[in-house]
Write a protein that binds this ligand. Sequence first.
Ligand code: AMP
Ligand code: MN
Ligand code: MN
Ligand code: MN
Length: 292
Amino acid sequence: MTDSALLNADLHSHSVHSDGSLTPTEVARLAHAGGVQLWALTDHDTLDGQAEARDAAEALDLPWVSGVEISVSFLHETVHILGLGVDVRHAPLIDGLAALRAGRVARAQAMGQSLAAAGIAGAFEGAAALAPNLQSVSRTHFARWLVQTGRAASVGEVFRSYLREGKPGFVPHTWARLGEALAWIHGAGGLAVIAHPGRYSLGADGERALLAAFTAAGGRGVEVSSGSHSATDTQTAAQLARGWGLLASRGSDFHAPGESRALPGTLPPLPPGLAPVWDDQLFSAACLRSTA
Ligand code: AMP
Ligand code: MN
Ligand code: MN
Ligand code: MN
C-alpha cells in the first residue's frame, strides 16, 4: 500500500442543505478535528452548500474538493452517484439537480398523504418543518419527525417500519437516469463514483448491468470504504473495484452526530491493492480547480 492510499480522505458527507443536521462549516470543523486530510461535502441533489464548504475548508487549511450525491433510478432500485470535482457553475448540472429537487416536494406530499391514510396525520408538515430548504426534503426528515413524535425509537427503525417498499410511508419515485447523471457530472469536469454499492438490492445480474452501464458511460470510481457499509460490504466493494478496474473512494456518509455510523475521518483505510480515486490525474486537476 502506498502512503497515498492511507490518506484520511472523506469524500462523502451531508449538511443542512440536504438531510444532514449541521451546516457546511460545522461539518468542515468536524472533519478537520477528526483528522480528515481531503474532504468533500456531497449533499443530495444540490450544490447549495458548496461555497460555504469551500470557504470553511480554506479557513481550516483543509484540502477540499467539490461534490454532490445524485439520486438515480436504475432498474427497480435507487442508486446514488457521487460527482466529485464538479464545476459548480455548470448549467446542465445545476438545472438537472433543480429538477430532481422539484420532484422531492411532490414525493414528500404523497408520502404525507400515504402516512395520513395509515393514521399518521401531519407528517408532510412535520418533515417540511425539519428541512431547512423544502426542496431538499427527504425521507430522513420524515424519519426524524416520526422519531420525535414517538412513532419509532430510531431513524433506522423508521426506515424498517414505515419508509420501505410495502410500508405505509413508501411512495415509488423516479429520479435521474444513470446516463443523464453521468453526463451532468462529466460535463461539469467531475469524476463519477458509485456510492455505497453494498446498499443496493439489484441482484447479481442487476449489479452487473449497473457496473456495465456505469463504466460504458465513463464512470470511474466506486465507494469502497463507507460509513454505509459493513465490513463485508467493504470487501465486496473492493472486489467490484478490482474486477471492473475502478478507482476506490472512501467516505463517512456522515449526516448527524448520534445518527450516523461513522464520524468524518474515522473509517478504516482502503483495503490493499486498490487505486484511490484521489490519485487520479483527473481528480487532482479537479481538486486544483475547485480550490482555485
Ligand atoms: P431520499 O433521498 O429522500 O429517498 O432519502 C434517502 C436518505 O435516507 C439516504 O440518503 C439516507 O440518508 C437515509 N436512509 C436510507 N435508508 C436508511 C436506513 N435504513 N436507515 C437510516 N437512514 C436511511
Ligand atoms: Mn442522506
Ligand atoms: Mn446515499
Ligand atoms: Mn450520502
